[in-house]
Ligand binder design. Structure first.
Ligand code: NAP
Length: 456
């Protein structure tokens, strides 16, 4: 598993990094464990907050350079990379400011004596993270857990090693002691060893179902708690009373943001009959405006996918959908004449429930379109998925929107917008999209010991 920066815009390898050996890994585990026991867990919230807040400030100071690393390594449009840096800094600030309140001791009402529940840190946590939002994913894991008094070790995706190092450097420069935040360039065999190590108390993974199943099984075997933030195929329901132009605008950003490579991207567009044809026409017209180019150039509207392999996989999925009877309304192929991993914005229609595409996640700018008769059919189709991450409902009747939202089997539903992520909103899914929550007050409760203290 080589850690390598490859620019997806031109396919050139920029930098490679060696994996650490087992002796180096042991040294890092020792340092992290000692840091937890002798230092980090003993610090006050104020002490930890000062460091985490400093990291947020440094992120903002270094915003342009950090954003350029994202774009270089995974191809995101530069202004979206700048946005990701800002969001990551906001997450760090959010936990620095709210952790103490989230974890405040809770006095229990008891007939006799005194009882309280205190939240104490559990130790060294291990995070396995994906490349699609290289800082945001780490901030979601590191900020709450560092503030809770845990220390974290992170195995980032092998395609974003410079982002991984830049984040670690940020924490060091902010004053985090050695071992509070540790980046690990490790192999998959070493991942298994790390999970088995008794010093590791819990595991968090964000990534595919396949990786989640492997890592969750390894953690389960050792009776270690885990959280899994996995894939999704979010439904984007447009009811007959929706504001059509608003729905189309959000459909475009929901499918095309990050070149479609988001777990909570809008992926299945389910439109109720009276609006279906006009929605589709406007959606297609809007997707035709995207122009491929250098993602470092602010004028570019269509970024490459993260890698040549990601593009190959997506084209194969589209081919599979077509073989299964789907119709390509637009796109469907790689963009020729570009060295980068560019995919044409694509709309597939006529997808039957026996088509493999019906249940798959399309991680790129490929929209699956479904026309349905009414609200009930829309909800039934939305729920007929192995995933349960997010989803959207468009209607001008907000109470109706809430009623529909309650019927959708996902961890998040957005009324009149595509998915949004913000520090105060819990993030996570059900079914094959995983379990556990990140962000918000919920995200800091996953890896703490809710300890009862009882006085008789
Ligand atoms: P991936 O292949 O699962 O990679 C994610 C991380 O897991 C990487 O660090 C990867 O390391 C590691 N990994 C993969 N297989 C592993 C194994 N057998 N043992 C240990 N570690 C392993 O995910 P991806 O395809 O790059 O990312 C896209 C997926 O992530 C999509 O399904 C997307 O929906 C999901 N995602 C979910 C969320 C969420 O919050 N729910 C957020 C973002 C993305 P290497 O890079 O070294 O292989």
């Amino acid at each position: 598993m080589a850690y390598q920066s490859t620019n997806p815009y031109d396919g050139k390898v920029v930098k490679s990094f060696d994996e650490i050996n087992d002796a180096e890994l042991e040294g890092k585990l020792k340092t992290a464990s000692a840091c937890f026991d002798k230092d980090w867990r003993t610090r006050s919230f104020a002490d930890r907050a000062a460091i985490v807040k400093r990291a947020a400030a440094l992120m903002r100071e270094r915003s342009q350079a950090l954003a350029e690393l994202i774009t270089l390594e995974m191809g995101k449009l530069i202004q979206q990379s700048v946005g990701e840096v800002a969001l990551s800094a906001a997450i760090l600030d959010y936990y620095a400011e709210h952790a103490e309140q989230f974890l405040a001791p809770e006095k229990l009402t008891t007939p006799k004596g005194e009882a309280m529940v205190e939240s104490s840190p559990i130790g060294v946590l291990f995070g396995v993270e994906p490349w699609n939002y290289p800082y945001y994913q780490i901030a979601r894991f590191a900020a709450p857990n560092l503030m809770a008094g845990n220390v974290v070790m992170v195995k980032h995706a092998s395609s974003v090693p410079q982002c991984a190092l830049a984040f670690e450097q940020l924490m060091t420069d902010a004053g985090a002691p050695a071992g509070a935040y540790t980046n690990l360039f490790v192999s998959k065999d070493q991942v298994a060893k790390i999970i088995d190590d008794p010093r590791i108390r819990a595991v968090a993974l964000t990534g595919s179902e396949a990786a989640g199943a492997v890592v969750a099984a390894q953690a389960g075997k050792q009776l270690k708690k885990s959280t899994m933030e996995l894939g999704g195929s979010d439904a984007f329901i447009v009811l007959e009373d929706a504001d059509l132009d608003k729905a189309v605008k959000h459909a475009v950003s929901g499918r095309m943001g990050n070149s479609g490579q988001a777990c909570t991207a809008s992926k299945r567009f389910i439109v109720v009959e009276p609006l279906a044809d006009s929605f589709l026409k406007k959606f297609q017209a809007a997707l035709e405006n995207f122009k491929p180019g250098d993602p470092m150039d602010k004028q570019t509207t269509l970024a490459p996918l993260s890698s040549a392999e990601a593009l190959k996989k997506l084209v194969e999925q589209v081919d599979g959908a077509v073989a299964g009877g789907a119709r390509v309304l637009m796109g469907g192929q790689r963009i020729e004449g570009q060295t980068g991993a560019f995919m044409q914005p694509t709309i597939l229609t006529d997808i039957s429930n026996s088509n493999p595409a019906y249940k798959e996640e399309f991680f790129g700018p490929v929209a699956l379109f479904f026309k349905v008769a009414d609200e009930d059919a829309a909800v039934a189709l939305a729920n007929d998925s192995p995933f349960g991450l997010g989803g959207s409902v468009f209607t001008q009747d907000i109470e109706r929107g809430k009623r529909v939202a309650r019927k959708i089997d996902t961890g998040m539903v957005f009324i009149n917008s595509g998915a949004v992520s913000s520090p105060e909103l819990p993030f996570g899914g059900v079914k094959n999209s995983g379990y556990g929550r990140e962000l918000s007050g919920a995200g800091i409760q996953e890896f703490v010991n809710k300890k009862l203290i009882r006085v008789s």
